[in-house]
Design a protein around this ligand. Structure first.
Ligand code: SF4
Ligand code: SF4
Length: 315
């Protein structure tokens, strides 16, 4: 665990002035749909826990799910998408599977189906994007977005960059990221140089890795927002949108405020969950999918229009 530190050294707005992304038609600059009253953001993680990649630092590397677990994952996802389809209020969804979802047809179908629902503001997924991209042609690209992670030990630079070029050509909204391990540094530099300016490359601080100021400066030159990831955010007693406008849901519909606080707040399907603002009960928050919702970070402004897919409003 990295030591807690206030984020006073977080990236300043001028660090972000490295070119401007064209305004996204569905989400004009200056606001995020998550700010709408009644809007609910859901981080969904079903039973799936397998991956086609074999990253050394990951517990899901090359893990296989039994046919029973895959069937359960599919049924749970279909139940969830049915619930979302029946809502009368705006919803955004980020799929955060343990492992890789898009190699499974039901995740691709869920992304496409949810993207076409008028009350779904955004549907995004964390993915290694090893899947073929053809299915994206069926989606509403004003709503769908991808959070893509580059794993240099698992895919060649050329193949990964071809995938990124394909996504750009299709007009898909996506961010690309890499874990800030020393052995990834040259890969990250090459990737940044190869990606169009309008594609944001994020760098995640490696789990348990302490960065000297000099090391942090090197990574910050690649991702101006790396200071937000460098050390955990102190969160105890601080206001966090989770539990109110943001929730975590598992395959059974069990609702928790986020993926990191185990207390159950109710169930999505039996109506026992009630939204309520409450401060964070943990000492620190160390993961972007959590601290982006922690109000003192101010990250809803930094990522306005792209909170779930991790795309800053000014690139
Ligand atoms: S791609 Fe992601 S889920 Fe798969 S092994 Fe690598 S880190 Fe784990
Ligand atoms: S700050 Fe992080 S750990 Fe705390 S409630 Fe929010 S998302 Fe969860």
């Amino acid at each position: 665990m990295k030591p807690a530190e206030p984020r006073a050294a977080a990236a300043s707005p001028e660090l972000l002035q490295i070119g401007r992304r064209p305004e996204h038609p569905a989400h004009p600059a200056g606001g995020h749909p998550a700010d709408d009253p009644g809007h609910l953001t859901i981080l969904y993680r079903g039973p799936l826990s397998s991956c086609d990649y074999d990253c050394a630092y990951c517990p899901f590397a090359k893990r296989r799910d039994s046919p029973e677990r895959l069937r359960a994952d599919r049924a749970a996802l279909e139940r969830f998408t049915g619930w979302v389809a029946g809502r009368g209020h705006p919803v955004s969804v980020l799929f955060t599977p343990w492992g890789e979802g898009l190699v499974r047809s039901w995740y691709r179908r869920a992304m496409v189906e949810l993207s076409h629902l008028p009350h779904v503001r955004r549907v995004a997924i964390q993915t290694n994007f090893s899947c073929r991209p053809d299915w994206l042609a069926e989606a509403d690209l004003g709503t769908l977005a991808l959070w893509v992670t580059y794993h240099p030990s698992q895919v060649t630079y050329e193949r990964f960059m071809d995938r990124c070029r394909d996504l750009v050509g299709r007009g898909v909204r996506f961010s690309v990221g890499i874990v800030g391990l020393p052995e990834h540094l040259d890969h990250a530099r090459r990737l940044r140089a190869g990606l169009p300016d309008g594609v944001y490359l994020w760098v995640n601080a490696a789990e348990g890795h302490l960065y000297t100021d000099a090391e942090a400066a090197v990574w910050t030159a690649i991702d101006p927002l790396f200071p937000y990831s460098r050390t955990p955010h102190r969160s105890a007693g601080r206001p966090c949108r989770t539990g109110d406008s943001v929730i975590s849901v598992d395959g059974d519909g069990t609702v928790r405020r986020c993926h990191f606080v185990p207390a159950v707040l109710g169930n999505l399907y039996d109506g026992t969950f009630r939204r309520r603002a409450r401060p964070c009960p943990l000492a620190v928050c160390d993961c972007h999918i959590g601290y982006v919702h922690l109000e003192p970070t101010g990250l809803y402004d930094v990522f306005a229009g792209g909170v779930l897919e991790r795309i800053p409003s000014i690139l």
